[in-house]
Design a binder for this molecule. Structure first.
Ligand code: SF4
Length: 307
């Protein structure tokens, strides 16, 4: 157990229920900005990393407790390393009508077998942060058998074959890939790839390497204009500038309770948060009038205002 996490409000996907398809931290990259931490096993070996039956059992249980907008295959590493990802998509579609999203670094999309496995997903969000090989190597520290031309080739093929939504993530790091000349080269490639959306991100959570620094909000906004109508800033910086702040445990609690009445233990289990912390938050939200308590049998359920 421990393959399913959330649902948590996601800036890109709405309320997202995550499924972890590789153990920490198997990845084909070792990105300097990674929020999961340093890659302990840098690999491009495709195999069955997690037991499919256990993943599906946990997912079914979690879906009986919540109603996410999307089921996201991601994890503490690169999900396309999992050979069964196509089968998992198929099984999820049998038990849920929620959209299925794949968060991938895109490094293995040049392999036809990998692309084929993803074709039944609804949303694919691969990463392309630079069109300059030296910068690519500095940012992603890829497995030695990977290179930027292969990654771009994979994205090109994906665009031809995939009928769903492609949100291309561009991770921007101060002083590394944010210079005008670099961005011009990247834009040429992005324009040719024609993703549905260009998602501009920066380092908003503690990175694996402390040298990975975020861009200022004003610079992100300049880059958003430069990339044109399909570009959208997805990092927290703009939201913080606008005063809405990061997605917090409080927001997550409100989101899950809004969907259906839950006890404190349900909420703690769904959000994988400490029960004590959740109880304090629920009591605070009840005092403020955002939630009400309803007794049913021996249990206290929390209900969102207006439900
Ligand atoms: S690809 Fe994703 S999981 Fe892998 S090192 Fe980079 S940020 Fe971390």
């Amino acid at each position: 157990m421990g393959f399913v996490f959330g649902p948590v409000p996601s800036r890109r996907l709405g309320l997202s229920l995550g499924v972890d398809l590789v153990p920490p931290k198997y990845c084909s990259y070792d990105c300097i900005y990674c929020q999961v931490g340093a890659t302990t096993k840098r690999t491009i070996q495709i195999k069955d990393y997690v037991p499919l039956a256990d993943v599906m059992e946990e997912l079914r249980q979690r879906l009986s407790l919540c109603n996410p907008d999307v089921i996201t295959l991601s994890g503490s590493g690169e999900p396309t390393l999992n050979r069964e990802i196509g089968l998992i998509i198929e099984r999820i579609k049998e038990v849920s009508d929620r959209k299925i999203a794949i968060l991938t670094n895109g490094s293995l999309l040049w392999k036809e077998e990998v692309r084929q496995r993803l074709l039944e997903a609804d949303i694919i969000m691969p990463t392309l942060s630079t069109a300059v090989e030296a910068t690519f190597n500095r940012i992603h520290r890829p497995h030695p058998e990977l290179g930027l031309p292969k990654v771009i080739e994979g994205l090109r093929s994906l665009k031809k074959e995939f009928r769903g939504f492609i949100g291309l993530e561009v991770m921007l790091i101060s002083g590394l890939n944010d210079r005008d000349a670099e961005l011009r080269e990247l834009k040429q490639v992005v324009d040719e790839l024609e993703p549905d959306q260009v998602q501009l991100n920066t380092v908003v959570r503690p990175p694996a390497d402390a040298s990975a620094l975020p861009l200022e909000g004003a610079r992100l906004e300049e880059i958003e204009k430069f990339f044109g109508a399909k570009a959208r800033i997805i990092s927290h910086n703009r939201r913080e500038r606008q005063g809405s702040g990061q997605v917090s445990l409080r927001d997550s609690v409100l989101e899950v309770v809004k969907r259906r009445p839950l006890t404190a233990s349900d909420v703690a289990r769904v959000l994988k948060a400490p029960l004590g912390e959740v109880e304090i938050l629920l009591r605070g939200l009840t005092r403020k009038g955002d939630l009400t308590e309803r007794r049913h049998g021996h249990s206290v359920y929390y209900v969102a205002k207006g439900s």
